[in-house]
Design a protein around this ligand. Sequence first.
Ligand SMILES: Nc1ncnc2c1ncn2[C@@H]1O[C@H](COP(=O)(O)OP(=O)(O)OP(=O)(O)O)[C@@H](O)[C@H]1O
Length: 589
Amino acid sequence: MQGIRRFAFPAFALLMLLLPALPVPDFWIAQSNYIGLYALVTLGLVLLTGVAGLISFGQAAFVGVGAYTAAYMSVTLSLSPWLALLVGVALAVAAALVLGAVTLRMSGHYLPLATIAWGLALYYTMGNMEFLGKYDGILGVPTLKLFGMDLGTGRGLHVLIWVMALLAAWAASNLLDSRPGRAIRSLKSGATMAEAMGISTFRYKLAVFVLAAVLAAVSGWLFAFFQRTVNPTPFALSKGIEYLFMAVLGGISYVWGAFLGSGAVKLVEDQLQVLLPRLIGASGNFETIVFGVVLIVVLKFAPDGLWSFVVRRLPRADRKRDWDGAAPLPARPKPAHGEPLLQVEAVRKTFGGLTAVNDVSFAIAAGDIVGLIGPNGAGKSTTFNLITGVLALSAGQVRWRGEPIGGLPSREIARRGISRTFQHVKMIPDMTVLENVALGGYMRGSSGSVRAMLRLDREEERRLFAEAERQLARIGIADRMHEMAGNLALGPQRLMEIARALCTDPALLLLDEPAAGLRHKEKQALGDVLRQLKAEGMSLLLVEHDMEFVMGLTDRIVVMEFGTRLMEGTPAQVQASPAVRAAYLGTDH
Ligand SMILES: Nc1ncnc2c1ncn2[C@@H]1O[C@H](COP(=O)(O)OP(=O)(O)OP(=O)(O)O)[C@@H](O)[C@H]1O
């Protein structure tokens, strides 16, 4: 069965490339050309919206950039269409960089609204420019020639369209299975975890936005030589919505969903355009109404799209374990036992009128296991977030090995050797345990998106997976590395987070309530893991509610109450303190 996956792609590619040589009607070739062109744009949306979680209604405008560049350069300027491809892609990159820099920092519904705004703006720009022929556009685009061969608008062009679409699918699949790909896949779960792994989330948002724009521009460039005329209508906002519909229908998180969605929409649209006016007895774009209804039904009953039904039926192959003997990743020199690591100096955090953390100070030296305890709402998690740069300090300073780190973004703090887990596990549920942990190794690798797309990053990938497996073995769940992270119970998920944090090669590990929600046996297993880390010389700071767990593990405990440091001492001193007991029982002290 596994062969299905291995052979499906080459078989599909071969079929599409050989289609023009088969005795099929020209109409089929034209349809297939449209599907290839749509799939290029939709593939960009899969990466941008499905994988990275950035919704865009404006992709049709980038198609227009490619198409108009092709038409203007080849008709008005009589320049080479191949030069127009370079210029069209360069213009799309430039436009995406500018638009992305402005809009990608927006969150929630602001980003989709912004994409509508620039989709409209680019559409009206195309329609109002004298030199672009206003709403009539540019007519008489020549056909493409390659090595003296006229590709025409049918079978010859089909080969080029599908070579480009299939290459794009290959590159996108490679990208998603790589160091930068895992970074892109982490964007959807929010920035906090990704940044804690050293990832610049903005950089990757911009990269994937540019990539989607390039795919759209290439589609537009091909479209100009296919249609041989360019006007603003195919690049309107409604087309941008249609591309999104294709992606959602096909399966917005799947590379092959782009092809399935484009094919389904194009073929069904043609049938409906003939059938519906006949049925209704009047002419009109009735297919748009049907698509609207279908979209609602898909979103309600099959939000993962049609391709998810195919994937579910295909056997899932475990990643081939090819990393035996891979060279170890670079590691930082370990601090000497007792060396001062972290100094928290009178840190304060206010939220409006509430002072969540009020001038709290403590220090951690290499090899220390320190507990941070206190009743609910005492300010422990906020203190964690101040140390790791998730929240900005209102006052005070945090020093790491003498250097002030207060005010640095969390990825910079992570780069210095502080790693963490989260009170509520943050992971990528549809990635395997191994891939989630390999995300922790992000900072120790260097392969970029282009190397990944061309699959030139395999040696580094082997090193990353070898390290991820080593860390999983260290915490005792290596046997579960091929499972989907989202299928794990809470206990193993927390262990996976610790392995991911260890994969960053930290000098200090911050664990936020690692035992919360765990069953007794799971707590024991976690305790064993942490004791083992302690024996290996790892420094730990842990927030924990389970007293028995903390007391048996830590060298020192900082107790917080109402945002302030109530006391600091050994577990025995803390246990004996009437003030601590009163804080927990809620009585005066
Ligand atoms: N982003 C925020 N905006 C406003 N108030 C906040 C924010 N984050 C935390 N707080 C408030 O700050 C106080 C400290 O919260 P924090 O989560 O740090 O406590 P905690 O000791 O970790 O509690 P728990 O043990 O319940 O997790 C609480 O009163 C909380 O409601």
